[in-house]
Design a protein around this ligand. Structure first.
Ligand code: R5P
Length: 267
């Protein structure tokens, strides 16, 4: 592996082999998502606790101070919107690798839609992106998307999508956690796996439990957005999740930390 590729991966995946990526890219098809209406304001207090942020070039340029030194994972696919849910899988590449280099991105990310109408196109998008990224030593992260078909978040489907992403050259794969068989999803994917959170759930403990279980089963961390920044206590959330990822906290310990930060007992 070339120095540039190794160095960029080292910026993303920390010395302990783990990673906490904070995605704020949701507006690229959802518009002004709840609590992400002003992404710069949402992300500012969370940045110190994230290992990298994932976003589009428009939000990077408009909302993030160029003096920021957190690694950037630049979303480079899109072209769809929630107004046409049936077309969500019909993404193309929206941002060139040259632009990613200009923006000093540490990685790029792109969605693939295995099992959808536009599966073939999205997989070729990934392959073409990898062809170009490898020339410049930039890791491509594949986002195994399910669109609105949340029921696809089961091991057999996720394992299929993750393995295909790795086969096509993704250096990191984002997938969803599933209760049954998640270890098989990770085992079948020869590159690091990070977990998304999906739509916000009610119980904080539920989030800590799935993050913890996913890590025990081999994921290196998360690329988790809404369950952090849609919380009423986003800083407490990210700090608790960080403690699971980087300090091996149990879900119970993470929940205690969440409550301490929430109540102001812990600064
Ligand atoms: C979808 O909008 C993006 O790819 C997100 O970055 C990804 O789904 C992770 O965010 P969340 O934890 O909110 O699902």
């Amino acid at each position: 592996m070339d120095w540039g590729m190794k160095n960029r991966l080292a910026q993303l995946i920390q010395n302990d082999g783990r990673a906490l990526f904070l995605p704020i890219d949701h507006g690229y098809f959802q518009g002004p998502t709840r609590k992400l209406e002003e992404p710069g304001k949402t992300v500012k207090p969370l940045l110190p606790y994230a290992d990298a942020i994932m976003l589009t070039r428009g939000i990077l340029r408009s909302s993030i101070d160029p003096e920021n030194t957190k690694p950037i994972i630049l979303r480079v696919s899109g072209g769809t919107s929630m107004a046409r849910k049936e077309e969500l899988s019909h993404e193309g590449i929206t941002t060139s690798v040259e632009e990613a280099i200009r923006l000093n991105a540490s990685a790029v990310s792109l969605s693939i839609f295995v099992g959808s109408e536009h599966e073939h196109e999205s997989l070729l998008n990934l392959s073409n992106l990898v062809n170009e990224c490898e020339e410049y030593g930039i890791p491509a992260m594949a986002v195994t998307a399910v669109g609105v078909e949340l029921e696809k978040r089961e091991a057999r489907h996720l394992a299929l999508a993750c393995r295909i992403a790795a086969e096509l050259g993704a250096r990191v794969v984002k997938t969803y956690y599933c209760k049954e068989g998640f270890e098989k999803v990770v085992r079948g994917c020869p590159v690091p796996v990070v977990m998304a959170g999906g739509p916000k759930v009610e119980s904080e403990l539920g989030v800590f439990e799935f993050v913890h279980d996913g890590i025990q089963k081999g994921a290196i961390g998360v690329n988790l957005g809404r369950n952090i920044w849609q919380s009423d206590y986003p800083v407490a959330m990210i700090r608790a999740i960080r403690s699971i990822i980087h300090e091996n906290a149990t879900p119970k310990e993470a929940h205690e930390l969440f409550n301490e930060v929430k109540s102001g007992k812990k600064k």
